[in-house]
Design a protein around this ligand. Structure first.
Ligand SMILES: [Zn+2]
Length: 408
């Protein structure tokens, strides 16, 4: 069914207009004998003027019509189209039903046009199922002719809702067409559902730029769904941008502070070495310290898991290497020292007795052999591997090897 048909003498006639858009009565084409010479604008097949039991005027294909998009449309779909056209006019736009694009690649259910022609927006009543990809493609087709598209549905949760500029509507006897799900506002770092509005108000806000389609970046708060595109006021778009910039700044600051702490620890270790050995050590030595710290950091989780399994208790692993633990990371269960992660072999002699009752955790058998050469013979040493640990130590090692090779 359709609102538009071609009359053999009068040209295009419109079922929803009182004068058919050409100064004639509905009675001149409805139940006329002989039948009025009407044909479909899409397929050219003969059409009849009809009136539904709700009093809705429309055109229907005569029996035996070819496959035609207009033939497959339902009364329900047509009512929604008509409501959208009415709302668009109430919002101050010109609205035409069933308008074909310039190249015939698309047909708008309702084409809303700014009174001075500044913009054209297709208002689509989408009742039948359509895939997300198809609706995106159809949107792009219209966009390529400088026509924006807004998709309206009264279905509960079509898969494309929120993936193109779209809105869920419901038809009320009292309030007419109501936009129930579309508007969103940005508050306290997330997007939340906005108010329900009559379709005419919603369209007026869009036509005047008070509400814009926005590709959301911040998270949503229920009941708002995780739509990609929400309708919102420009100031909420700015609020989101400011919020995200601030979050980014804080994250950057935290990372900087973390990096600074790491650098300070490294410098302190180097300083300690300089005092101890009385010389400025080479890059290779710095790389070795760096590699040690990576090994210690990467072993934290495997050590934690190992102790949980072995003792049933959650250990506390200190972040900072301690001299009395041979520059390894101290591990405690409660207040009691339990072990040490990756101590430095050359520091063990000074701490040998203290370490004897603890478990030493290392990242490789090679490291274990190096440590065992310095500890008491009965020292407990556990080799824990984490893929990450191996990778990083191997990388650091190969860098060292490369330097040594280059220097020799
Ligand atoms: Zn047709």
């Amino acid at each position: 069914m359709a609102f538009r048909a071609l009359h053999a003498q009068w040209g295009t006639v419109f079922a929803h207009l009182a004068d058919l858009g050409c100064g004639h009565d509905w009675a001149t084409i409805w139940r006329a004998r002989p039948p009025a010479p009407l044909s479909c604008v899409e397929c050219g097949h003969t059409m009849y003027a009809k009136t539904s039991h709700h009093g809705l005027h429309f055109f229907a294909h005569a029996p035996g019509a070819p496959h035609c998009a207009l033939a497959e449309e339902t009364v329900h779909h047509h009512l929604l189209k008509l409501e959208l056209a009415t709302a668009a006019r109430a919002a101050g736009a010109h609205a035409e039903l069933e308008v074909r694009g310039p190249a015939g690649t698309w047909r708008a259910d309702v084409l809303a046009t700014h009174p001075t022609g500044d913009w054209q927006i297709a208002l689509e009543a989408q009742i039948s199922p359509i895939t997300r990809q198809d609706i995106i493609t159809r949107t792009q087709l219209m966009n390529s002719d400088s026509v924006s598209a807004i998709w309206f549905t009264d279905r509960k949760r079509p898969p494309w809702l929120g993936h193109v500029p779209s809105a869920r509507v419901s038809l009320h006897d009292e309030h007419g067409l109501l936009v129930t799900d579309a508007l969103a506002k940005f508050t306290k770092g997330s997007w939340q559902s906005g108010p329900q509005t009559p379709a005419a108000t919603f369209l007026k806000w869009i036509f005047t730029g008070q509400v814009v389609p926005h590709h959301r970046r911040a998270p949503v708060t229920a009941p708002l769904r995780e739509w990609h595109t929400v309708w919102t006021a420009p100031r909420y778009v700015q609020d989101e941008a400011a919020h995200l910039a601030e979050a980014q700044r804080q994250l950057h600051e935290r990372r900087e502070a973390e990096q600074q702490r790491r650098d300070e620890r490294l410098r302190a270790a180097q300083e300690h070495d300089r005092r101890r050995f009385g010389t400025d050590r080479s890059d290779d030595h710095q790389a070795a310290i760096d590699a040690l710290m990576r090994r210690q950091a990467a072993l934290e989780k495997p050590v934690y898991d190992f102790i949980r399994r072995a003792t049933g208790s959650a250990p506390y692993i200190d972040e900072d290497p301690a001299p009395e633990f041979a520059t390894g990371l101290p591990v405690y269960i409660g207040q009691r020292p339990y072990g040490v992660v990756c101590p430095v072999a050359s520091r063990i002699p000074a701490a040998r007795t203290d370490l004897a009752s603890l478990v030493i955790f290392v990242a490789s058998r090679r490291e274990r052999d190096r440590i065992a050469a310095q500890t008491r013979p009965d020292q407990r040493i556990v080799v824990l591997s984490a893929t990450r640990v191996r990778l990083q130590t191997d990388l650091a090692q190969s860098r060292n090897d490369a330097r040594v090779t280059a220097a020799s």
